[in-house]
Design a protein around this ligand. Structure first.
Ligand code: GLV
Ligand code: MG
Length: 338
């Protein structure tokens, strides 16, 4: 059971409305921008209408001497465009909890961006205690600055300890919106021997047994992230929040990016990060169900109007379970079309 924390407490006088009143959003891509760069901020009004979510990144990839400029740039960017009016989610990725920038990130952004901010992405979350702390911290600031709606939290799963605690993280607060896989930091945390940001690795293979005819043996590449990813998706589903594939760093390999995103969509993810404008269209395509699949799913729903029984469609058996699968696809298609 979820514990109501923070803004539900009597202390938070004038507190925001409960999270259950927030609208369901389509979040196929979380588009990262570095807000300390003037030329990037200048392009935001042009990019915003093409994305579901725009995120001002304050953490990794922002140099230490540009942290203050990134925070100020994000506040400026957040107030310069009516993202809500465009139907675009406004997120930020703050610096991690034990960094010298964290306190200023949270306090200045709640004050400077207020109700325009939808989600704070919290990096390197290791356990539910990190979310409890953020929950209380935000409750105090929301009450102080008179916010009308609660800021949601999104955790990045990017340490071995975080993976061990992912289920508790997913259920740590009603503020939890979702979790993203952070394969770059997670690889380092686990001492994996790679320099890649997400995706596969050519050395991670299973080789077939020796062949009786002595012929060449086939070695097939395996998915290096499957265990973590599936664990994260289950934790999110169990707690009613959204799982996301995180970053795909090989910007020069759109084919692999599309395949990685497709695997994530199939496995239950709502979206992925776009680190480069070229990844926006990939995410939009992949995280929108295929029209032919939706059409077939609608036939399943029509064949069993009350969701029970059994039917045959094109030689495939349908029953209550496939009705539920079909509803996932049809609902997803409807949300995107709305
Ligand atoms: C993302 O932050 C990652 O570390 O992959
Ligand atoms: Mg990271």
């Amino acid at each position: 059971m979820k514990t109501a924390r923070g803004f539900f407490k009597p202390l938070a006088i004038g507190a925001p409305a409960p999270l259950r009143d927030l609208p369901v959003r389509v979040e196929r891509m979380i588009h990262f921008v570095p807000p300390h760069l003037d030329k990037v901020r200048a392009k935001v009004p042009e990019i915003a209408p093409t994305v579901d979510v725009i995120l001002g990144n304050l953490e990794d990839a922002i140099p230490a001497d540009a942290k203050d400029a990134a925070r100020a740039g994000f506040i400026e960017m957040a107030n310069a465009t009516d993202f809500a009016g465009l139907g675009v989610g406004l997120w930020t990725r703050i610096n991690c909890l034990n960094s010298p920038w964290h306190f200023d990130d949270v306090t200045q952004i709640v004050e400077g961006v207020g109700d325009r901010l939808d989600v704070m992405m919290v990096p390197k979350v290791e356990g539910p205690w990190d979310i409890h702390y953020m929950d209380q911290f935000l409750a105090v600031l929301e009450a102080r600055h008179g916010l009308k709606k609660p800021i949601q939290l999104h955790a990045i799963l990017e340490t071995a300890e975080g993976v061990m605690n992912v289920e508790a993280i997913a259920g740590a607060s009603p503020r939890m919106q979702g979790i993203s896989l952070g394969p770059a930091d997670l690889a380092a945390s686990r001492q994996m021997k790679t320099t890649r940001v997400g995706g596969g690795h050519p050395f991670y293979k299973v080789i077939e047994d020796p062949r009786a005819d002595g012929g060449p043996r086939v070695a097939a590449q395996q998915d290096i992230w499957h265990y973590t990813f599936a664990k994260m998706v289950d934790a999110c589903a169990a707690h009613g929040i959204k799982p996301f594939y995180g970053p795909f760093g090989a910007i020069d390999d759109p084919e692999a990016c599309e395949q990685q995103f497709r695997n994530a969509f199939l496995l239950g993810c709502a979206g992925a990060w776009s680190l480069h404008p070229s990844q926006i269209a990939i995410a939009k395509k992949v995280f929108s169900p295929d029209p032919a699949e939706i059409a077939f799913a609608k036939r399943i729903l029509e064949a069993m109007p009350d969701g029970t029984g059994v039917a045959m469609l094109d030689g495939k058996m349908q029953d209550d379970a496939t009705w539920k699968q079909a509803k996932v696809l049809v609902d997803c298609g409807r949300q995107i079309a709305a």
